[in-house]
Design a protein around this ligand. Sequence first.
Ligand code: BEZ
Length: 212
Amino acid sequence: MAKIRLGDTAPNFTANSSIGTIDLYDYLGDSWGILFSHPADFTPVCTTELGTAAKFKDEFDKRNVKMLALSVDGVDSHKEWIKDINEVQNTTVNFPIIADEDKKVSDLYDMIHPNADSTLTVRSVFIIAPDKTVKLTLTYPASTGRNFYELLRVIDSLQLTANHKVATPANWKNGEDVVVSPAIATEDAKNMFSKGVKEIKPYLRMTPDPTV
Ligand code: BEZ
């Protein structure tokens, strides 16, 4: 069990899932990926999260992000639980859920935090870039469901900043002004960003989102 940090290569694994055996790297291919863990099947907050995730799949697809959930229960349990999720959340779970009964993946990704609970996975999130580097890690307690709008927002920021020398400010949303990367001199930034650069402070320069 190693702590996975930003910039690390996401460890590959093979695991059972609700749709059969999955090899992480084969499943992701050249796409981005989001791997998110749940404490257990048939639990209330997880049920709302997985239903919400299913409703957000189109948005993840638009961003070329493959979704992969995990809990430590078995495949048969997952399949029964998916029926409940579809019923009560009025949706169709349309991505695999890893059945991590032997906790192989949970250990590999450090998803069990013994001082919180020695057996259940916490609500971990890993966003993985196409080159398999980990771009985001998040850890939520079992008692707090995740905000899937925030996950999409982070992916938008990651994909924008991967291709442009910018960073995104607090509460930024797609299409809003962005921060010029601190590594770029203001004069260079003015040549680089055709929509203009506003210097608020020498270290704080804003420019319109270069992709809109
Ligand atoms: C839930 O998903 O509702 C949950 C799971 C474990 C502990 C607390 C809540």
